[in-house]
Design a binder for this molecule. Structure first.
Ligand code: CP
Length: 311
């Protein structure tokens, strides 16, 4: 019988999300201190299995598991027997036979962790599946917004860039919508599927960047995912002139607007260095919150409980 992991934000209730965000705050370090060490997951093992590249997610899941006292093992597809032709199901069954307590998984195919969880007793935590969901990114984004003293309810959030290929956009739409935020998705028409306006309440679409940013409380920039595009890409300079975030854009937003980006950032393509390094940027706060949020998620999954206290 499969055990419950964390596959997406869409399936979570607002209470479950809130419980993770509240617990993550307990794990945040005090200024100038390191993350605390706990024995909450002592004796447990977490396997990180990444079939796509990652800097932030893989490292922070590994640190999060270790800070909770668990053993963490990281495997990349390039260093696994996938390169010898082993199927995804066989790879997962092989790892599950070693009795880890959870598998954190990133894969280029949308739905891959959902499919595998149907057959696997080990809980799977989705670390990004294709263009579908990246649940822990949306959670750490929400934690970062809340840390700035804002409420999620009624916020105007502009998500700008390659919306079509963005699992970060989808998970954020699901999460922010559950809190009644106003979400504006913005990008070139070819990267802005109309169907996304229907996936959750409160979503509008525009191809006009000024319109998206006007009165925004939060601007979330997205990378152009060249690796997922089959059409000819826009030249970087042309893309930047229409959809690159520059200092002058910030004047259109609320005075205390924050600028977010899940990373990796491409300076001069979707964001200028002046904005990325400005006081309004919380990009490195997002990275830092990746650890506390993933600690909360791993605790919730491995302690045999879902957030909200359900057994
Ligand atoms: N935000 C994010 O998922 O970054 P990585 O690809 O480096 O993990």
């Amino acid at each position: 019988m499969p055990r419950e992991g964390l596959l997406g934000i869409d399936a979570l209730t607002r209470d479950e999300i809130q419980a993770i965000l509240d617990r993550a705050r307990d794990f945040q370090p005090k200024p100038n201190e390191s993350f605390g060490r706990f024995e909450i997951l002592k004796g447990r093992t977490v396997v990180n299995l990444f079939f796509e590249t990652s800097t932030r997610t893989r490292t922070s899941f590994e640190i999060a598991a270790k800070r909770l006292g668990a053993d963490a093992v990281s495997i990349t597809a390039q260093a696994s027997s996938v390169t010898k032709g082993e199927s995804l199901v066989d790879t997962l069954n092989t790892l599950a036979a070693m009795r880890p307590d959870a598998i954190v998984m990133r894969h280029s195919a949308s739905g891959a962790p959902h499919f595998l969880q149907r057959y696997l007793a080990t809980p799977i935590v989705n670390a990004g599946d294709g263009t579908h969901e990246h649940p822990t990114q949306a959670l750490l984004d929400a934690r970062t917004i809340l840390d700035r003293g804002a409420r999620l309810e009624g916020l105007r959030v502009a998500i700008i860039g390659d919306i079509a290929h963005s699992r970060v956009a989808r998970s954020n739409v699901y999460l922010l919508s559950k809190y009644g935020a106003e979400i504006v998705l913005c990008g070139p028409a070819s990267l802005l599927p109309k169907e996304l306006a229907k996936i959750a309440p409160g979503v509008t679409l525009t191809t006009n960047m000024d319109e998206a940013i006007r009165n925004a409380d939060v601007i979330m920039m997205l990378r152009v995912q060249l690796e997922r595009q089959h059409e000819a890409a826009f030249p970087a300079s042309e893309y930047f002139s229409f959809y690159g975030l520059r200092l002058e854009h910030l004047r259109l937003a609320k005075p205390d607007v924050i600028v977010m980006h899940p990373g990796p950032i491409n300076r001069g393509r979707e964001i200028s260095s002046e904005v990325a390094d400005s006081q309004r940027s919380v990009i490195l706060n997002q990275v830092e919150n990746g650890i506390s949020v993933r600690m909360a998620v791993l605790e919730s999954v491995l302690a045999g409980k879902r957030a909200g206290g359900k057994e």
